[in-house]
Design a protein around this ligand. Structure first.
Ligand code: ADP
Ligand code: MG
Length: 328
């Protein structure tokens, strides 16, 4: 973006990043935006946890999505990965590809980006700015005490499987945005439809919950593609199976237009919920539940290598759709 690239970086990212990191006083950041690289001194006896995610217009969000929602989602999905590792957010970099230098779009984008960054105490330390179809890549880094990161592996037969909150709202939000499957949201009030749209566009990363789980969980991941497909990763990594009890699934209020079986199907296969799914020793469950009453147990880990969905009569349930897979 000749000519305007430096102005964009200065106006919409550098100044805001500086004032934010001054305010946060993050002593690990020796040098932020402006040189060829940033410089970080990681705190003693902490491990660096790093992840990156790209959001492409028309692929990961509908083209008409607001700059506010794009900014929030791009950072929030990355923070969600840190949450799933039990990491404390530290810093991020931003690679921005823009079709044009649209000042009002950039103002909205950067104000929401920095608002979320401030809320989660994470600093922007660098990036790249190019011209092309709208795409946002954010790389995040966080810290965990040596050896304390929460992995997908580690689930043991007998563990309880639990979630940090309800499922399915974001998938209804997507129906509303795309104007499809009217029957899934027709019965919702305007306010309830707004809630489904908020769930889709403004997911809240479960950082506090991830930090809490350091003392409880054997295996953790965040739900981006749908419970069925994501829980599959925990089972594969731990070489275990699971029984999931359908009546125990925490169904979002947004699913209330659906018949029970359809609601289960949405809760199992809808994407973009960004709850944490974790397993823990049953003896620790009550203690955790006392601290975090919103957490819900949904099943148990088995030694069968199979994922079984069971209703209260013990019958197997087979959803039609297996969850979102980018290459299917
Ligand atoms: P280089 O040519 O060395 O890659 P750039 O001109 O791309 O340098 O970037 C100059 C500085 O601005 C670097 O410190 C870079 O990290 C930062 N930067 C560029 N784009 C962004 C952005 N979108 N957000 C934050 N920092 C950025
Ligand atoms: Mg560059």
């Amino acid at each position: 973006m000749p000519g305007s690239e430096f102005n964009i970086i200065q106006t919409f990212f550098t100044d805001l990043a500086r004032s934010l990191s001054d305010w946060q006083g993050n002593s690990d950041i020796v040098l932020g935006i402006g040189d060829d690289c940033a410089i970080i001194t990681p705190p003693d006896s902490q491990q660096l946890v790093v992840s990156i995610d790209t959001l492409i217009s028309g692929v990961h969000f509908p083209e008409q999505t607001s700059p506010e929602a794009v900014a929030h989602k791009a950072l929030a999905v990355n923070l969600s990965d840190l949450a799933a590792m039990g990491a404390e957010p530290a810093w991020f970099t931003l690679a921005l590809t823009l079709p044009k230098a649209d000042e009002s779009w950039l103002t909205s984008f950067s104000s929401v980006l920095f608002k979320l960054a401030e809320e989660f105490n994470i600093s922007l330390i660098g990036g790249d700015t190019t011209r092309g179809k709208l795409a946002i890549t954010i790389q995040v880094a966080g810290y965990v005490p040596q050896g304390r990161a929460l992995l997908r592996s580690g689930a043991r037969a007998g563990d309880i499987i639990a979630l940090t909150g309800p499922l399915g709202a974001a998938s209804i939000g997507l129906d509303i945005v795309l104007g499809k499957n009217h029957n899934t949201y027709q019965c919702l009030s305007d306010k309830q439809q707004q809630a489904a749209l908020l769930a889709l566009n403004y997911p809240s990363p479960k950082i506090k919950e991830g930090l809490l789980l350091r003392d409880y969980a054997h295996a953790v991941l965040d739900l981006s593609d749908g419970l069925l497909s994501d829980l599959g990763h925990i089972l594969k990594a731990g070489a275990v199976g699971a029984n999931v009890f359908l009546e125990q699934l925490p169904l979002a209020e947004s699913l209330q237009c659906l018949e029970l079986e359809q609601a289960w199907e949405r809760a199992l296969t809808g994407g973009d919920d960004y709850q944490l799914c974790f397993t823990l020793d049953p003896e620790k469950w009550q203690q955790l539940k006392n601290i975090a009453p919103q957490f819900t147990a949904i099943g148990v880990i088995t030694d069968t290598h199979e994922l079984r969905l069971l209703n209260s009569s013990g019958e197997l349930f087979q959803p039609r759709n297996g969850g979102y897979n980018h290459f299917e």
